[in-house]
Design a protein around this ligand. Structure first.
Ligand SMILES: *Cc1c(COP(=O)(O)O)cnc(C)c1O
Length: 380
């Protein structure tokens, strides 16, 4: 019998562990230290954003976005329903109302053609989620945002080192968020970043990150004592996490090249099944450069669970996500005007995510795709 092929396996090497040892645990290792500064510089350099703040999670960065935009009761934020809960929750926490828009079946991102009819006088922002490192047509969304004077936030949790028309994801909206959770390509267990492109948010973001205080000015000797100047919270990433993250960032291009090899192998091996109309493979737009975060297939609704169980019998763990937000228990209870979102519901019932991690072997990928072929042969 083969060994279990898990769905995900976070990569951690000796170098990260060596780095933790370099920390001066006897003195300071809270946050904002040398490793954190190095991570921030790396992000600015590699995404060309104006400022990068290292925070505890992508969720924390999204919460900071909602505070930065001063979201209040009745404010509406346009976003996909096909996303992780934090995208909506961050705004809901401030009393804002998420307005869920359907996705495009090719990109699995918010459909730019369906945004405009959801805009009204209460709309404050558009949140785009770059699913699997693919973005929606950003030029179209930028035009809409300009026309109606709306902010754009990029949830680039999956998007590190991905591009839209040669621009880094995370450098296009007013604000962007990245995740360094262990399920993502580049990780430090738990972590995230807020990327700022609209300079008017930089100062306030530092305050929000530091419990609503002007401690940053104090550290720079601009003020003699620091005090409470805004709402905020404790969002700093600890130096322990940053010491791990910096090593991962330094080797991120290598990591992503490796992951893209896995991605391309899946894509090649599953081509024939697509030709036979047994499944649909990801269709990456020409404007996108991706990072091999996810490999998914779309299958017949009635066959999905059978396929997942079939693979499980061969010790292959596949999974699905997202469970849509627009018809979730919380949304149904909190937001009255919930409509159907056909593409979102279809995709969430037909998508299968295949095992994907740095150390997965080529022979494992071949084995997985062989099992998928067998499934469709037997099923017919
Ligand atoms: C993973 C993820 C998040 C949350 O990231 P954390 O760092 O775990 O808070 C948010 N949005 C999307 C799209 C994600 O995939």
């Amino acid at each position: 019998m083969n060994k279990l092929i898990p769905f995900n396996k976070p990569r951690i090497s000796k170098r990260e562990i060596e780095n933790i040892k370099k920390l001066n645990i006897k003195s300071n290792f809270s946050g904002n230290g040398e490793f954190t500064k190095q991570c921030a510089s790396w992000l600015v350099e590699n995404t060309k954003c104006k400022e990068a703040l290292l925070v505890k999670s992508c969720t924390a960065a999204l919460e900071m976005c909602a505070i930065l935009l001063d979201i209040k009761h009745k404010d509406e934020i346009i976003m996909p329903s096909y996303t992780f809960v934090s995208t909506a929750n961050a705004f809901a926490m401030r009393g804002g109302c998420p307005v869920f828009v359907d996705i495009d079946k090719k990109t699995l991102c918010i459909d730019p053609n369906k945004i405009e009819k959801n805009i009204n006088k209460n709309t404050k922002a558009i949140v785009v989620v770059h699913y699997a490192g693919v973005s929606p047509n950003m030029n179209q969304i930028l035009k809409i945002a300009k026309k109606y004077n709306l902010y754009i936030i990029e949830d680039a949790a999956h998007g590190i080192l991905c591009n839209y028309k040669k621009k880094a994801l995370g450098s296009i909206g007013d604000l962007a968020t990245i995740s360094f959770h262990e399920t993502k390509n580049i990780h430090c267990g738990e972590g995230g970043a807020l990327l700022i492109n609209n300079p008017k948010f930089i100062k306030k973001a530092r305050i929000i990150k530091d419990k609503g205080t002007n401690r940053d000015d104090f550290n720079k000797n601009i003020v003699k004592k620091y005090t409470w100047v805004n709402i905020g919270s404790s969002y700093n990433l600890s130096e322990i996490n940053s010491s791990i993250l910096i090593e991962q960032l330094k080797r991120s291009k290598e990591t992503i090249n490796n992951r893209m090899k896995i991605w391309r192998l899946y894509h090649k091996e599953l081509k024939q099944l697509e030709t036979l109309k047994k499944l649909i493979r990801p269709d990456i737009p020409k404007y996108s450069k991706i990072n091999g975060h996810i490999y998914y297939i779309i299958v017949d609704k009635k066959k999905r669970l059978k396929l997942i169980n079939y693979l499980k019998k061969s010790k292959i763990i596949s999974t699905f996500h997202y469970v849509p937000l627009h018809n979730s228990p919380f949304a149904l209870k909190s937001y009255k005007t919930i409509k159907r979102l056909n593409n979102t519901e279809d995709i969430s019932e037909t998508i299968v995510r295949l095992p994907f991690y740095n150390e997965i072997k080529q022979k494992n990928v071949i084995y997985i795709t062989k099992k998928i072929k067998q499934f469709f042969n037997e099923e017919n």
